[in-house]
Design a binder for this molecule. Structure first.
Ligand code: 13P
Length: 252
């Protein structure tokens, strides 16, 4: 089945408000009219300003994280409803930097997915193995475990609102990309897991993005694989031309 490709820029901890506005102003005209879904994920501080620049554009706004509680004494955290208030419709959850650097577990990621869905957000659930896990032959087991725990609170009725992102940790920010075949193997495996959980009507529709040093020079070959339905882009999403080139590859 033809899934419309979906490319999201994850700006991570980059961009002042002025820089963020300039970046999205640069991206907007370059991706307008392309046959792919597009989103950007600025840091929290720039969400509102970027939302204003986006205006009626079809580019969607994503946050990079949220908490699983709706409000209260959680200093430094941001609730899913606050993200909706800031015009976000998506939230990236379980990114490997959150798991590794900020000690997020499968369980907390699963709670966040449930809370984000409750608030009406569309979660982008990230899964991916470390180099050690890949070398130890654990890749498929690790991503399956992360997928199932991440989706534990979603339920079949809300599964269609999910986006999955496969991001091999060893390929993030390293310039080292999974080969299209390596990525396809994992994407196909994830789709089989989704089919076992929800049936093929749902698994055929769910989009699985690839992330990890995707750039204009390798996007087309990755996006040509049957189960790669888009990209979650770090470094290359900070340059309008590079990001637009990836969206163009996704659209063609
Ligand atoms: P890079 O594209 O910089 O490797 O980052 C990928 C990523 O982590 C997107 O979430």
């Amino acid at each position: 089945m033809a899934r419309r490709k979906f490319v999201c820029g994850n700006w991570k901890m980059n961009m002042t408000i002025d820089e963020a506005k300039a970046l999205v102003e640069g991206i907007k005209p370059k991706v307008a009219g392309l046959e792919a879904d597009v989103a950007v994920a600025p840091p929290f501080t720039a969400l509102h300003a970027v939302a204003e620049v986006l205006g009626g554009s079809s580019i969607r706004l994503a946050a990079q994280n949220c908490h699983f509680e709706t409000k209260g004494a959680f200093t430094g955290e941001v609730a899913p409803t606050m993200l909706r208030d800031a015009c976000c419709s998506l939230v990236i959850l379980g990114h490997s930097e959150r798991r590794t650097l900020f000690k997020e577990t499968d369980e907390t990621v699963g709670k966040k997915v449930g809370a984000a869905l409750d608030a009406g957000l569309q979660p982008i659930l990230c899964v991916g193995e470390t180099l050690e896990e890949r070398d130890g032959g654990q890749t498929l087991a690790v991503v399956s475990r992360q997928l199932k725990a991440g989706l534990a609170a979603a339920g079949a009725d809300r599964a269609l609102r999910m986006v999955i992102a496969y991001e091999p940790v060893w390929a993030i920010g390293t310039g080292r990309t999974a080969t299209p075949e390596q990525a396809q193997e994992v994407h196909a495996h994830l789709r089989r897991d989704l089919e076992a959980m929800y049936g093929s009507a749902i698994s055929d529709e769910l989009r699985i993005q690839y992330g990890g040093s995707m750039k204009p020079s390798n996007a087309a070959e990755l996006l040509a694989m049957p189960d790669i339905d888009g990209g979650l882009i770090g470094g290359a999403s900070l340059k309008p031309d590079d990001f637009a080139a990836i969206v163009t590859a996704a659209a063609s």
